[in-house]
Design a protein around this ligand. Structure first.
Ligand code: KMH
Ligand code: ZN
Length: 310
């Protein structure tokens, strides 16, 4: 009898793309981030991908002190895999971005596979009023900002985190990023099974067309054969259509308010858990089951939630 495959849901609960004025439901404080992550896990997310924010202004904050209060609470109240960002925000230095993962030694860290433009400024067209001074320039100045991930930066993140047996959510925003992963695998700096998070629809990366998704999958199949787990995230309104395509062709999915504020056309999602429920119903209505956190740990060969430093 063939085993039915299980689908891993990752939920990225707050991120650094959206700003507080865009949605009252975007988690900002440590308590809100913890509640959002736990709610997402209860709804079916096996992994939660976390960033931190300044509780007063909502600005992305990559200090380990900003992560500590919610990491502990999530761990106490849920068995989900906690994935800490090394992307932080494109305004931060790579050294700053690496600090939380170097300190907390999580099961999974995100890893961005190339330097790129990361255009947030089109969101200014729909957002006219801002509560905090930092928000408008953060979006506007993204037309002249590089999200820096050089070969040296990637090697530094890989070696620091691998020494802690942290594995990676390998974020690939374009086909070239898959070749960069192949390069690091050939150098022995990253080991299979690779957890490839293909990102579609960021301005500066590959687009969200179904042909783009197929091209990414075909290329990953050719470069990594059976040595990878594939997941997708579609930015904004592309979230669910791209998730559905991924599930149909053998992949896993990522949802969450980090990448999309929406739960249907023009309808703000009221929580991260709502988006998890939406994608879970697609998976289950397609006749598949979701992976539990421990099943995801086995699929991704993670070290275990008791081997982290928080
Ligand atoms: N929001 C994603 C498109 C990271 O945290 O390392 C980018 C991201 C980067 O998740
Ligand atoms: Zn992120």
């Amino acid at each position: 009898m063939t085993m039915k495959r299980k689908v891993i849901i990752t939920c990225a609960v707050t991120g650094a793309i959206h700003t507080p004025s865009m949605s009252p439901h975007l988690p900002i404080t440590a308590e809100e981030i913890a509640d959002a992550a736990i709610g997402a896990a209860e709804a079916g997310a096996a992994l939660v991908h976390v960033h931190a924010r300044d509780p007063k202004t909502g600005k992305p904050d990559q200090s380990p002190e900003a992560f500590a209060p919610f990491l502990k609470v999530i761990k106490q109240r849920s068995n989900c895999v906690i994935n800490i960002t090394t992307g932080g925000a494109p305004t931060m230095s790579v050294e700053e971005r690496l600090r939380p993962c170097a300190h907390f030694k999580p099961e999974v860290a995100s890893l961005n596979m190339g330097s790129m433009n990361f255009g947030l400024y089109p969101m200014l067209a729909r957002q006219k009023e801002f509560k905090f001074d930092w928000e408008r320039p953060y979006l506007a100045e993204s037309d002249d900002r590089i999200f820096k991930n050089t070969f040296k930066d990637i090697a530094g993140i890989l070696t620091t985190c691998a020494a802690n047996n942290t594995r990676f959510e390998i974020e690939c925003y374009d086909i070239g990023h898959l070749y960069t992963l192949r390069h690091f695998a050939d150098r022995g700096l990253v080991k299979p099974p690779f957890f490839i998070q293909s990102v579609f629809g960021i301005l500066g990366g590959i687009g969200p067309h179904p042909e783009d998704v197929m091209h990414m999958k075909r290329t990953a199949d050719r470069l990594f054969g059976g040595e990878y787990q594939w997941s997708v995230l579609g930015a904004g309104r592309n979230q669910l259509p791209i998730a559905a395509q991924s599930v149909a062709i053998g992949g896993n999915v990522r949802v969450g308010l980090e990448d999309s504020l929406w739960a249907g056309a023009g309808k703000l999602a009221t929580s991260n858990a709502q988006q998890v429920r939406l994608v879970r119903s697609i998976i289950e209505n397609m006749g598949l089951e979701i992976a539990s956190p421990d099943e995801a740990r086995a699929m991704l060969q993670l070290k275990g939630g008791d081997k982290v430093n928080f």
